[in-house]
Design a protein around this ligand. Structure first.
Ligand SMILES: O=C(O)c1ccccc1NCC(=O)[C@H](O)[C@H](O)COP(=O)(O)O
Length: 278
């Protein structure tokens, strides 16, 4: 069993308990009553800043007693969106964190979890999410397409996450507007930040060959410094998702603003790789 398999097994158990506590029909009523989902800023380089207490790879990262306060400092630093981990067992997140953050900030919110069922998508909407993560490695094609369709139908944006070329091909079949390359292999937890620079041109070329719109690319994981953000941006990332480096920094607002500035400068440089290879 891979790390991803064991996380998903726990997620399914916790999900069954929530499904028993609140009927789907009732949950859908809450989702329908939620204010409309917000889009990401239309263009330009940006950072997705994550509320992350702990992780399978690093253990405890930060206590974060007030996730809304942290999110407010991300927003003040200019985050394009805020990612809230809601998985409980390995990341110590919750839907209550999502509620607290939603009540405090206007920035678009990503529900970061291991989404395997429609119930979780309705939960995301009911708790104010604007974007929902779909991890290709955790889903078969049929479920992936079904969840993608529901997220879109509810007005939210799916962030479709891949780690390999084969997963990228599966993701591109959906013509996603937002495609994440996680440089962390969720099966082994190894991070290889150079994976983004290899996969981004592959994705751009395959999208061009398929005649579909180019997705905005999100580089995920492994950022320790502004230079890492700049490297992802130079390799063509439109957005970079950062967790650990921000939650362990004593000044997250300052760190976020610095990372964003570094990414913008690199993305605007004539050497930035924004298109598929000729
Ligand atoms: O972070 C982990 O250890 C992890 C393990 C297994 C599945 C997912 C995991 N993380 C989710 C993420 O994708 C990251 O939280 C996100 O990309 C931010 O990464 P980082 O900046 O390296 O904290």
């Amino acid at each position: 069993m891979t790390v991803l398999d064991s996380i998903v097994a726990g997620v399914r158990e916790d999900l069954a308990a929530r499904e028993a506590a609140l009927r789907l029909t009732e949950l859908i009523r809450h989702a329908d009553a939620a204010p409309a989902a917000r889009p990401l800023p239309a263009a330009g380089f940006g950072l997705i800043a994550e509320v992350k207490r702990s992780s399978p790879s690093k253990g405890e990262l930060a206590e974060i007693p007030d996730p809304a306060e942290l999110a407010a400092s991300y927003e003040a630093g200019g985050a394009a969106a805020i990612s809230v981990l809601t998985e409980q067992r390995r990341f110590r997140g919750s839907l209550a964190d999502l509620d607290a953050v939603r009540a405090r900030v206007a920035a678009p919110l990503l529900r970061k979890d291991f989404i395997v069922s429609e119930y979780q998508v309705f939960e995301a909407r009911a708790h104010g999410a604007d974007l929902v993560l779909l991890i290709v490695a955790a889903l078969d094609d049929e479920v992936l397409a079904r969840l993608y369709g529901l997220i879109t139908e509810l007005g939210m944006t799916p962030l479709v996450e891949v780690h390999t070329e084969q997963e990228a091909d599966r993701a591109l079949a959906l013509s996603p507007s937002l495609l994440g390359v996680n440089t962390r292999d969720l099966k082994t937890l190894q991070v290889d930040t150079s994976a983004f620079g290899r996969l981004a041109p592959y994705i751009r070329d395959r999208a061009a060959a398929a005649g579909i719109p180019q997705p905005r690319l999100v580089a995920e994981s492994g950022v320790a410094s502004a230079a890492d953000v700049a490297a992802y941006a130079a390799d063509g990332a439109d957005l970079v998702l950062v967790g650990e480096a921000l939650v362990t920094d004593g000044e997250p607002e300052r760190a976020l603003a610095q990372f964003t500035q570094a990414g913008r400068e690199a993305a605007g440089s004539p050497f930035a790789k924004k298109t598929g290879s000729p």
